[in-house]
Design a protein around this ligand. Sequence first.
Ligand SMILES: *[C@@H]1O[C@H](CO)[C@@H](O)[C@H](O)[C@H]1NC(C)=O
Ligand SMILES: *[C@@H]1O[C@H](CO)[C@@H](O)[C@H](O)[C@H]1NC(C)=O
Ligand SMILES: *[C@@H]1O[C@H](CO)[C@@H](O)[C@H](O)[C@H]1NC(C)=O
Ligand SMILES: *[C@@H]1O[C@H](CO)[C@@H](O)[C@H](O)[C@H]1NC(C)=O
Ligand SMILES: *[C@@H]1O[C@H](CO)[C@@H](O)[C@H](O)[C@H]1NC(C)=O
Length: 192
Amino acid sequence: MQCKVYIVREPTEAAYITMEFLKTLMLIILISVTRKTIKAQRCGISSLSIPAVEGEDAAVGNWPWQVNLQYFGYHICGGSLISQEWVLTAAHCFYYISSASYWTVYLGRQSQNMSVSNPQKVIRGIRSIIIHPDYNHSQLINDIALLRLSKPVNFTNYISPICLAGNDSAFHNGTTCWSTGWGEPGFLEQSD
Ligand SMILES: *[C@@H]1O[C@H](CO)[C@@H](O)[C@H](O)[C@H]1NC(C)=O
Ligand SMILES: *[C@@H]1O[C@H](CO)[C@@H](O)[C@H](O)[C@H]1NC(C)=O
Ligand SMILES: *[C@@H]1O[C@H](CO)[C@@H](O)[C@H](O)[C@H]1NC(C)=O
Ligand SMILES: *[C@@H]1O[C@H](CO)[C@@H](O)[C@H](O)[C@H]1NC(C)=O
Ligand SMILES: *[C@@H]1O[C@H](CO)[C@@H](O)[C@H](O)[C@H]1NC(C)=O
């Protein structure tokens, strides 16, 4: 799918409402397109999974959907790969750095330590950033964004997509979850 972004200066109210409507429509279309792509592929499979220990450094390949978003070499945010060319992340990451060209996406990466060799890593730019049209920065409501990679990635044991929750998914109290991300001193960490 091709999307064009037009920059409208000082839009009239009618133009603004149309823009908001088109943005919402685009987001809905994109989500349904990505969902269709995802149905046709395996997701949420960590092929190199080894038993994990809470709070410990993650083993290479344990979280193959975890991506690392960097701005001029600085780690700013994490994200989750949901298809060969889409990443799901938080909208607040782009509040101050909204231009796609400033960002670099690292996939298949475990350590942020530049001295540690990382033969599985793949680097991509960002082609477009789609922020939830009702994102509210002060309240952090609808804090969600989609990133389209500059080029699709091939899935490997170290790079593969996470599953999205279904429309009818229920998350009951007591369900165990994992949260992953990069913590000090720059290693991918996991916790309950
Ligand atoms: C980075 O890796 C090198 C080589 O393994 C190690 O000597 C150094 O302490 C690491 N740095 C950090 C911040 O972990
Ligand atoms: C964000 O939400 C707050 C509280 O609901 C509201 O007062 C504010 O106007 C909202 N901001 C935007 C930009 O929508
Ligand atoms: C992905 O795999 C296909 C088929 O093996 C190959 O032609 C293509 O070059 C690969 N792309 C990347 C970015 O590695
Ligand atoms: C989601 O589920 C509700 C109720 O089960 C249903 O009415 C609705 O059509 C579903 N939406 C989608 C997009 O599947
Ligand atoms: C889940 O647990 C919280 C805190 O104990 C409680 O307030 C909430 O009502 C529970 N929700 C459900 C659906 O049981």
